[in-house]
Design a protein around this ligand. Structure first.
Ligand code: GLA
Length: 431
């Protein structure tokens, strides 16, 4: 008996040690991927005047059809997510949330079944406070009931917003209680939070705690379809990297918000920058665009296997900015097998393509190309840069507001004659 108790305690201690740090629901081992309606379709509720853009079951069914039929699901985009404005203005007789009856005539359960039949998962939206940001019923005082309702409907992800949360204590309690309520349902539901974003103006978030309750979390303002939005997100991330990068990992991710690639506001190079840097940042990849009308070029970028592989790298380490040199930024992300993803961003918004030269010894604290590495360019086009060693210099040409994304794979044994011309064995001068 005593031995059994000791054994049970040891198992429990082990489980706690293993689970320490991340929300223990087994989900989001790599950053979740999918589609989310908000940035592109906002709170469009008038289906009479905007039949193809209103927030309705038809919109999500069409996106599910396309995700399954056009290679998106197979590329990893799995969650079809509903944002704000899906609800009826009030709860039903049993106090449960209900969808708008005109726009979701068959209810969320049937929509979930439909989405599941396409091999996809369904995400939904709620709010920790009294109302959602657009003024629909909030979950305050109803966390258990709402979590159970979502689970009964077959929902697989909850984006939980923080408008009308009241005090910071209520905000924290609400986010924690909803996490526990989702867990109690027994259904696997990814929990997407905005807790740190609503805290930050007042108090520094405790990210260790946030990660114990959430699978990913927003820190910064809503993305919109313009370069100024993308660059403000990158600037915020780089200037807070000391507090946010190390906490990210399997089970819990910083969320810089949706991909707006394929819309109206970003140039081609800016779209490349968003894709490359969202991969470096280990960001959840939720596209907010219209999959019914998307250019083949944007589609190729969003479905690029090598970039997605970097985003989904199983090591699960978020990247960071190594240096900012005039108008250039150099970012890197450690990958499995001692490889590194490297992004060179040209922040100059005037003129033409610029050359940036940097030493391989900058990368991975000097270890990425030690003793040698093979370097591939992944974006904007795929190119082989050949073999380099630890005293090489790389020269890349980057368009204004564009990014060159590279991957450096370390090589232990290498034939000297195969090194690229600028990577020959170091002479005394180069050392
Ligand atoms: C907040 C969120 C957005 C979106 C809207 C919906 O602004 O940050 O992502 O969910 O609310 O009203």
């Amino acid at each position: 008996m005593a031995a059994a108790l000791v054994w049970a305690m040891a198992v429990l201690a082990l489980a706690l040690a293993e689970g320490a740090g991340a929300l223990d629901n087994g989900l989001a081992q790599t950053p979740p991927m999918g589609w989310l309606h908000w940035e592109r379709f906002l709170c469009t509720t008038d289906c009479a005047s905007a039949p193809h853009a209103c927030v309705s079951e038809q919109l999500f069914m069409q996106m599910a059809d396309l995700l399954a039929a056009e290679g998106w699901r197979d590329a990893g985009y799995e969650y079809v997510c509903i944002d704000d404005c899906w609800m009826a203005p009030s709860r039903d007789g049993g106090d449960r949330l209900q969808p708008d009856p005109q726009r979701f005539p068959h209810g969320i359960h049937q929509l979930a079944d439909y989405v599941h039949s396409k091999g996809l998962k369904l995400g939904i939206y709620g709010d920790v406070g009294n109302k959602t940001c657009a003024g629909y019923p909030g979950s305050y005082g109803h966390y258990d009931l709402d979590a159970q309702t979502f689970a009964d409907w077959g929902v697989d992800l909850l984006k939980f917003d923080g408008c009308y949360h009241g005090t910071l204590d209520l905000l924290a309690e609400g986010y924690k209680n909803m996490s526990l309520a989702l867990n109690k349902t027994g259904r696997s539901i990814v929990y997407s939070c905005e807790w740190p974003f609503y805290m930050l103006p007042v108090q520094k978030p405790n990210y260790t705690e946030v990660k114990q309750y959430c699978n990913h979390w927003r820190n910064f303002a809503d993305v919109f379809d313009a370069w100024i939005s993308i660059k403000s997100i990158l600037d915020w991330t780089a200037s807070h990297q000391d507090i946010i990068v190390d906490v990210a990992g399997p089970g819990g991710w910083n969320d810089p918000d949706m991909l707006v690639i394929g819309n109206f506001g970003l140039s081609w190079d800016q779209q490349v920058t968003q894709m490359a840097l969202w991969a470096i940042m280990a960001a959840p990849l939720f596209m907010s665009n219209d999959l019914r009308q998307i250019s083949p070029q944007a589609k190729r970028l969003l479905q690029n296997k090598e970039v997605i592989a970097i985003n989904q790298d199983p090591l699960g380490k978020q990247g960071y900015r190594i240096t900012k040199d005039n108008n250039f930024e150099l970012w890197e992300r450690p990958l499995t097998g001692r490889a590194y993803a490297v992004a060179v961003v040209n922040r100059q918004e005037i003129g033409g393509p610029q050359l940036f030269t940097f030493a391989t010894s900058f990368l991975g604290n000097g270890l990425a190309c030690n003793p040698a590495c093979s370097i591939q360019q992944i974006l904007p086009t795929s190119e082989d840069y050949g073999l380099h060693n630890w005293v090489s210099f790389l020269k890349v040409k980057v368009n204004p507001t564009g990014t060159v994304l590279l991957k450096a794979a370390v090589i232990e044994e290498f034939p000297e004659e195969k090194l690229a011309p600028n990577s020959k064995k170091p002479s005394l001068d180069t050392l």
